[in-house]
Design a protein around this ligand. Structure first.
Ligand code: F6P
Length: 320
């Protein structure tokens, strides 16, 4: 009988609970003994492990965050921490681990796999910055949250003929900026995929002044500028347009998961357990088209990130 544990690590993402639920329920249905680890690798090292039954995950499919909590433990790169983690798993007789998180989470998982534990990685991050999938759990919900906020900012930006710079998360990945830029039809997207050219931004904003539409929305990916408020002030001075800045922040990580994220999370969770039962370890799951595939970690780390050329050309065709 497999003894399988699940943990969530790194930034939380809406849909992680739905995934934990699918892992626990599938495992029990297929005859495994199921465990949760609280607070990611930190809790693993500290031995915060508990055996659970199917009721443990009742009524969580609709809840944001992660009921088994998450944490960041940069020290997990060190062998000493990995060895303690293995000992903790061994003390419960756990042979397999399912980790839900982003790139950093996968690195930890790979280290454990090298020490003999069967590990399956599930991509969960609002940033969508995992190369070995087209969709991470939480990305869809975060986009919807951003849209809700930008819709509101649009109202007031338009009433006052202003320009609003809106900073979205992404941790050096421009997906949230690009997708929400298209969904909101904004004037400008500034992200890792759309380098910043201040003169062009100024020129574009000035050209709006004489036209019918007198306001502008600009989506900015986090980590592009040290301070988005200074950026707005600077552009305001150069254009004579009243500019404001808004950092959306952790609002983007919260809230009930969208139907799409719940379904994706459930598919990933069930497939992770099936992979372990099939004897596969050291793999990451990824969505490609409508198929969930099993990708060896080595391959997963070396996959190029999707370039989204089609979406970028769509942005320049349809938006101003
Ligand atoms: O990785 C998810 C994420 O929300 C990033 O978009 C952001 O840069 C980071 O986490 C924030 O981390 P924390 O919540 O630890 O400040």
């Amino acid at each position: 009988m497999n003894k399988i544990a699940v943990l969530t690590s790194g930034g939380d993402a809406p849909g992680m609970n739905a995934c934990v639920r699918a892992v626990i329920r599938t495992g029990i249905k297929l005859g495994c003994e199921m465990y949760v680890v609280y607070e990611g690798y930190k809790g693993l090292v500290e031995g915060r492990i508990e055996q659970v039954d199917r009721n443990f995950v009742s009524d969580i499919i609709n809840r944001g965050g992660t009921i088994i909590r998450s944490a960041r433990l940069p020290e997990f790169k060190e062998e000493a921490y990995q060895k303690i983690a293995i000992k903790q798993l061994e003390s419960y007789g756990i042979d397999s681990l399912i980790v839900i998180g982003g790139d950093g989470t996968y690195r930890g998982a790979q280290a454990l796999a090298a020490r003999g534990i069967s590990v399956v990685g599930i991509p969960g991050s609002i940033d969508n910055d995992v190369c070995s999938t087209e969709a991470c759990i939480g990305f869809d919900t975060a986009q919807n949250t951003i849209c809700e906020c930008v819709d509101k900012l649009r109202d007031t930006t338009s009433s006052h003929s202003r320009c609003t710079f809106i900073e979205v998360m992404g941790n050096k990945c421009g997906d949230l900026a690009l997708y929400s830029g298209i969904a909101e039809g904004v004037e400008i997207v500034i992200s890792q995929d759309h380098p910043y050219d201040e003169d062009k931004v100024v020129e574009k904003l000035k050209s709006l002044k004489g036209g019918k539409k007198k306001h502008a929305l600009i989506i900015v990916s986090e980590k592009m500028f040290p301070n988005i408020y200074d950026l707005a002030k600077n552009v305001s001075e150069r254009t004579g347009i009243d500019c404001r800045a808004q950092v959306l922040g952790h609002i983007q990580r919260g809230g009930a998961p969208s139907a799409r994220d719940r379904i994706l999370a459930t598919r990933y969770g069930a497939e992770a357990v099936r992979a372990i039962i099939d004897g596969q370890s050291c793999i990451a799951l990824g969505l490609f088209g409508d198929e969930i595939k099993r990708v060896p970690f080595e391959e997963a780390f070396n996959m190029p990130k999707e370039s989204h050329k089609d979406l970028m050309s769509l942005l320049s065709l349809v938006n101003r």
